[in-house]
Design a protein around this ligand. Structure first.
Ligand SMILES: Nc1nc2c(ncn2[C@@H]2O[C@H](COP(=O)(O)OP(=O)(O)OP(=O)(O)O)[C@@H](O)[C@H]2O)c(=O)[nH]1
Ligand SMILES: [Mg+2]
Length: 359
């Protein structure tokens, strides 16, 4: 059995690559399991993966490092119920120090060897380019510390979303990245293109990506950085007659764009899942410009009732985030639409306290 651990900043494309790789492996007759991870209790990625028919277990309510035993239990569960050839484990995008707190303890787990595991760190090319060229990033320096440490601890870096760059711009970024990180294996890919994901899969299946270099992290700085981010999770039951639910979501997203840009709030990842039992769609927004691009709908018609979920991770106060989202969800233009909150929580991630750290 292979265990592939995938880390990387919020919205860098981890789940997209995992879904694509899992579908490929399933089409090849392999058995696959996924472990998702989040600070919140209601995790859109888990529901999305299950709706895509990929066996998924979640470690919710904290990162893998602070819930390491639960992480092992999830591997046990998948081993017993799915008998997977491959397990993908996606750590939450605000987490760093994954090698010491998850990878190294994992080697003791059922005598796994370094080569039975892999460790990939995903970065969004747009964010990496800004970082390497010293351009202004949307987040405060504290939060950038997490991004920096995720990169630093990796020995295998995936420059993801390569399709968003011209060939020339991409080659230039790869060149700068290789100069800056000469010891790392660096690839670029679009996780939207399956054969590129298959190339990544070949690397993690066949090469030793286990980081062996010295890595230090200041937990006070790291913990403070996580607490600058806020989480808002909601599960809403939407009932409507004759309305077009996609119109409502478009309006909601437009309002969010206006409110977040007005307040200069940096977006980590805004995720929505729409599920009406016939169809489902995950909508993701990872920066302000994506908000203004308009939504691409895979299904125009939604049937009432719709299960509408929100996972929002932004850099602001948690109470402010909740009040902004609540105010944008007003139904004033949609007389027949009723929103019933099934679950709702806004919070800052807790201070990281790894349970099994190995230096
Ligand atoms: N253009 C482009 N978009 C991508 C690519 N990979 C992922 N995305 C998009 O990026 C957004 C975030 O993708 P996810 O896979 O959910 O990112 P993630 O890293 O799992 O996010 P978190 O779980 O919140 O940390 C989605 O809109 C994806 O469609 C890519 O290679 N190219
Ligand atoms: Mg994800």
């Amino acid at each position: 059995m292979k265990v592939h651990l995938i880390s990387g900043f919020l919205g860098s494309g981890k789940t997209t690559a995992i879904v694509s790789a899992s579908k490929y492996l399933l089409s090849q007759g392999k058995k696959v399991g996924v472990v998702t991870n989040d600070q919140g209790k209601f995790v859109i990625d888990t529901h999305f993966l299950r709706l895509e028919d990929i066996p998924t277990v979640e470690v919710a309510g904290g990162c893998f490092c602070c819930n390491y035993t639960e992480f092992e239990n999830s591997l046990d569960y998948l081993t017993k119920h799915v008998e997977p050839d491959v397990i993908f484990a996606e750590s939450v995008g605000s987490c760093a120090d994954v090698v010491a707190t998850v990878m190294k303890p994992l080697l003791d787990y059922k005598l796994l060897h370094e080569t039975d595991t892999s460790f990939s760190v995903f970065v969004d090319v747009r964010m990496l380019e800004k970082y390497l060229l010293d351009e202004e990033l949307p987040f405060q320096d504290g939060v950038i510390y997490i991004f920096e440490k995720q990169i630093e601890e990796s020995s295998f870096l995936v420059l993801n979303k390569s399709d968003l760059f011209s060939q020339e711009r991409l080659l230039n970024l790869i060149k700068i990245a290789k100069e800056r990180f000469p010891q790392k294996l660096i690839i670029s890919q679009s996780s939207l293109v399956q054969n590129q994901v298959v190339s990544w899969l070949e690397i993690i299946n066949n090469q030793n990506t286990f980081p062996k270099h010295q890595f230090d992290i200041d937990y006070q700085t790291y913990g403070n950085a996580e607490q600058k981010l806020s989480w808002y999770d909601a599960r809403i039951n939407a009932i409507f007659v004759g309305e077009d639910f996609s119109n409502f979501v478009n309006l909601f997203i437009n309002r969010l764009q206006f409110e977040f840009s007005k307040r200069n709030i940096a977006i980590g990842h805004l995720k929505f899942l729409i599920d009406d039992e016939h169809n489902h769609q995950k909508i993701s927004i990872v920066n302000q410009s994506e908000l203004s691009n308009g939504m691409k709908w895979t299904h125009e018609k939604w049937f009432s009732p719709v299960d509408f979920s929100i996972n929002a991770r932004l850099e602001c106060d948690a109470d402010l985030l909740k009040s902004v989202i609540r105010s944008c969800l007003q139904q004033d233009h949609f007389p027949s639409l009723t929103l019933n909150w099934v679950e709702e929580k806004s919070f800052h991630p807790g201070f990281p306290k790894p349970t099994h750290r190995i230096n």
